[in-house]
Ligand binder design. Structure first.
Ligand code: GLN
Length: 192
């Protein structure tokens, strides 16, 4: 299994290390790559888009050609894509009240950036994730998934909003799994 972490900006090395530990934890053979070039995309089974600054990540994805290549491989259903925090914004069809991010639009969902605002810039809370169970999640200037439609299904809620969603081989998480030593979530989205 080949897993890439988009290494443009943000929480990159944390994801690489967490995926490696997750594979070890479940005794699954696999390689984890830092992805910086569009040529790498077609070699991957999964691409993780990390947290960071969604405006910067999207701008540099487009500029490097990675944006078009991800769409091409994802549409062929040959690439699973997992967006966490800023990455979840990139997965969405719509960003409410904000047109600064050119999203991939792989998932039928609408997100709001920086939903939790200044008062709660970062926090931790327990979620109940379908297919995982109780899960302690870390949020940093997190967006929220406002709604899902079509084949996009919520997997976890935070209040009356959505914290995690799935559409086939595509996942969006508004929190940071790489900061938690709980690998069950990797089992779910990397189908280990
Ligand atoms: N606030 C960031 C954005 O809108 C996301 C924050 C994060 O990824 N930790 O892009």
């Amino acid at each position: 299994m080949k897993i890439g972490v988009l290494a443009i900006q943000g929480d990159v090395s944390e994801h690489v290390e967490a995926v490696k530990r997750g594979l070890e934890h479940f005794d699954v053979q696999g390689n984890v790559f830092y992805v910086r070039k569009k040529e790498q995309i077609s070699q991957l089974d999964y691409l993780i888009i990390p947290g960071g600054e969604s405006t910067t990540i999207s701008r540099l994805m487009v500029k490097s050609g990675i944006y078009d290549e991800v769409l091409k491989q994802a549409e062929k259903k040959e690439l699973g894509v997992i967006g966490t925090c800023a990455g979840s914004i990139l997965m969405a069809k719509d960003v409410i009240d904000d047109n600064r991010v050119k999203t991939l639009g792989l998932m039928d969902m609408a997100v709001r950036r920086n939903f939790f605002g200044r008062q709660r810039e970062s926090f931790e809370t327990e979620l109940d994730i379908e297919g995982v169970g109780k899960y302690y999640a870390v949020f940093i200037r997190a967006p929220v998934i406002d709604k899902c439609w079509g084949k996009c299904k919520p997997l976890a809620y935070i209040g009356d909003k959505i914290a995690m969603a799935r559409e086939g081989n595509f996942f969006a998480l508004i929190f940071h799994p790489e900061l938690t030593e709980d690998y069950r979530i990797y089992k779910l989205f990397l189908n280990l």
